[in-house]
Design a protein around this ligand. Structure first.
Ligand SMILES: CC(C)(COP(=O)(O)OP(=O)(O)OC[C@H]1O[C@@H](n2cnc3c(N)ncnc32)[C@H](O)[C@@H]1OP(=O)(O)O)[C@@H](O)C(=O)NCCC(=O)NCCS
Length: 171
């Protein structure tokens, strides 16, 4: 099936991204945030089909604990690979792409929150060198965007995992 191409999304990608992932309100919002300089939406493509995405949150974190202990640290959010293409390395490639970009723009640390039950994702992050921070779990609010445009706010307790960024992917 070949290696997907990972690129920063542009407005014109919205239809294809929504075709793969739904969540139109979410992706519209992230494209607007990107245009305002608050983050970067990276999408993995196989020809014209979006197969994965990650949003790099560059604005101050919404959670006060993150602002206190990791001020200015970029967050990897909403990493997702379409169900039929998981376990083929695309999630790892999206992490690489985001980390490479952050390193190149002067970041030396990156963090993310992962749900306590999401063991698959936790394993992936640990293998990539992320370690849980020492400040405990954090109550976050997951915003779920429904197809009818409703936004639902759901509390979610997360582990915060942090990784130091080096000049190559193995440091
Ligand atoms: C978490 C998620 C993004 C991982 O994406 P992915 O593309 O499946 O990730 P990878 O393929 O890089 O790695 C996953 C597994 O596949 C294995 N793998 C990677 N490349 C592989 C290959 N070429 N062949 C076979 N297996 C491979 C990895 O070793 C890893 O194994 P593990 O189950 O022991 O951890 C995906 O499962 C997902 O979208 N989940 C739902 C959304 C979600 O929970 N996001 C995280 C929010 S914090």
């Amino acid at each position: 099936m070949g290696t997907p191409d990972i690129r920063q999304a542009v407005r014109a990608d919205l239809r294809a991204v929504v075709r793969s992932f739904g969540q139109e309100t979410y992706f519209r919002d992230r494209l607007s945030k990107q245009e305002a300089g608050h983050g970067v939406l990276l999408v993995a493509w196989e020809r014209d089909v979006a197969v994965g995405d990650v949003y790099v949150w560059l604005a101050p974190a919404e959670e006060p604990e993150l602002r206190t202990h990791l001020p200015g640290v970029a967050l990897l959010t909403h990493l997702e690979v379409v169900a039929g293409r998981r376990n083929q390395g695309i999630g790892t490639m999206l992490l690489w792409a985001a980390e490479d970009r952050l390193f190149a723009t002067g970041h030396r640390q990156v963090a993310l929150g992962v749900g306590l039950d999401n063991l698959d994702a936790q394993r992936l992050y640990r293998r990539r060198g992320f370690v849980e921070w020492p400040h405990g779990q954090v109550a976050t609010t997951e915003v779920v965007y429904h197809a009818d445009g409703r936004r639902e706010r759901r509390p979610e307790v997360c582990r915060i995992m942090v990784r130091q960024l080096g000049p190559n992917r193995f440091t």
